[in-house]
Design a protein around this ligand. Structure first.
Ligand SMILES: Cc1ncc(COP(=O)(O)O)c(C=O)c1O
Length: 415
């Protein structure tokens, strides 16, 4: 058995969903799910036939629609469309050959971890708090982790440099850092442009890679859009992970990787996208062509930009964010500090006491409200934190009001 699987850290991915099932009457600010009413499942699914009719030559197999039921290309069949989407919406230039379609961003993370890490000296640096989906998988694989703090909207870059040099002195090597610069999960921070540039410079100077995970980038509520790390990546240091879970819907389980870097293996250079392809061929063989056809058809229909398609979803989330800010203002009466997020699905807040698992249970059981304490995003649960995360992405106005009222009652009682 893999004894790493007994690490309590790995329970956090499911805990909030399980709490929702155990306490169905509780309001859940727990998990950041998109709103079902806006999924347009019927229209997306019906795109399969149109796609099959128009893409005969590109598909492997004998007849139209049945071709989509066949095994298919390991890297994907809609790579060209993803390349155009990335150029139009993010200003990212990517050769379709360097793109891989994945089973959600989650598979992209697993592929990157397997492709980049192989030696016990190679260390993965993460900020705390960080998204458990990525860190948890790295833990399962036994990748050495180096946590650092967060500062000014992103990883603490002074600490990054300090810890990286310390690793070198121990005969280790910083191989990659993981960051979600756009509306980070769980802090909702939007990494400023100067920090993005400095992180890229550090990667070039000290020869490490950056895994950029960007599922929330379309959800900008105010201010100027800041270019992704990948769009600024002139030295080819960034591996970009995209997802359709928040733009189309999560059950598509569709994401994509841009892996246009050359890695040195001895004196040889190997393209990372080819290594990723090899990993994928042993992980999921290929991403379902049927699911890719749905996304591919939508992308063609939308002229390779999802900006207008996601507009209703973004407006709905913005509305929920504003309602939650106002409800917290009324019900918390200044007892917590709440950071107004410029985008994304989450809001980060701090209260005067430290969250623990028993406190979370009390909040859910006795007050009927589920929040996500920041300690769940730390490697060690005993690293105490006053912080908590509230997801507002799939709640209606009444639920937001009720949840904020219940949270206010819990916090008042605690203090
Ligand atoms: C930062 C981050 N990355 C990736 C994902 C998962 O994406 P996918 O559904 O495409 O696997 C999430 C989902 O919540 C997330 O918050």
């Amino acid at each position: 058995m893999n004894s790493r699987l007994t690490d309590p850290y790995l329970d956090s991915m499911n805990l909030l969903n399980e709490l929702s099932l155990l306490y169905p009457g509780a309001v859940s600010f727990g998990s950041g799910r998109p709103k079902e009413e806006l999924f347009e499942v019927e229209s997306v699914v019906s795109g399969i036939k149109d796609y099959a009719a128009r893409h005969k030559p590109a598909l492997v197999g004998s007849d139209n629609l049945n071709r989509l039921g066949q095994y298919n290309m390991t890297k994907g069949i809609i790579n060209e469309s993803i390349s155009r989407l990335l150029l139009n919406d993010e200003g990212i230039t990517a050769d379709p050959e360097d793109i891989l379609l994945t089973d959600g961003a989650q598979e992209g993370m697993a592929i990157v971890i397997h492709a980049l890490f192989g030696s016990p000296e190679d260390v993965l640096m993460i900020s705390e708090p960080s998204y458990v989906g990525f860190v948890g998988y790295a833990k399962i694989c036994g990748i050495p982790l180096c946590p650092i703090g967060r500062k000014e909207g992103g990883m603490d870059l002074d600490e990054l440099e300090e810890k990286m040099l310390a690793l070198h002195n121990q005969g280790k090597r910083l191989r990659a850092v993981y960051e979600v610069p756009d509306f980070h999960n769980p802090t909702a921070e939007y990494m400023p442009l100067n920090s993005r540039r400095r992180l890229l410079d550090l990667a070039e100077k000290y020869d490490f890679y950056i895994v950029e995970d960007n599922p929330y980038g379309y959800y900008l509520y105010e201010g100027e859009k800041i270019p992704t790390l990948k769009a600024l990546d002139i030295h080819r240091r960034v591996i970009y992970i995209g997802s359709f879970s928040k733009t189309i819907f999560p059950s598509l389980r569709l994401g994509y990787l841009v892996a246009d870097l050359d890695l040195s293996i001895g004196s040889r250079k190997v393209r990372l996208s080819e290594l990723c392809k090899k990993v994928k061929s042993f992980l999921t063989v290929n991403t379902s062509a049927l699911l890719q056809a749905m996304a591919g058809e939508l992308l063609e229909r939308e002229d390779f930009s999802l900006k207008s398609f996601v507009k209703p979803k973004v407006s709905s989330c913005l509305h929920s964010r504003n309602l939650l800010l106002s409800a917290l203002d009324r019900h918390l009466e200044g007892r917590c500090t709440v950071a107004k997020p410029a985008g994304g699905f989450f809001m980060a807040a701090e209260c005067s006491f430290e969250w623990t698992r028993p406190l979370l249970m009390e909040c859910v059981r006795d007050y009927g409200v589920i929040i996500c304490p920041m300690y769940m995003f730390r490697l060690n649960e005993t690293d105490r934190s006053h912080g908590f995360r509230l997801a507002f992405s799939n709640l209606d106005p009444e639920t937001i009001e009720t949840g904020a009222e219940r949270l206010g009652a819990f916090i008042r009682n605690r203090i």
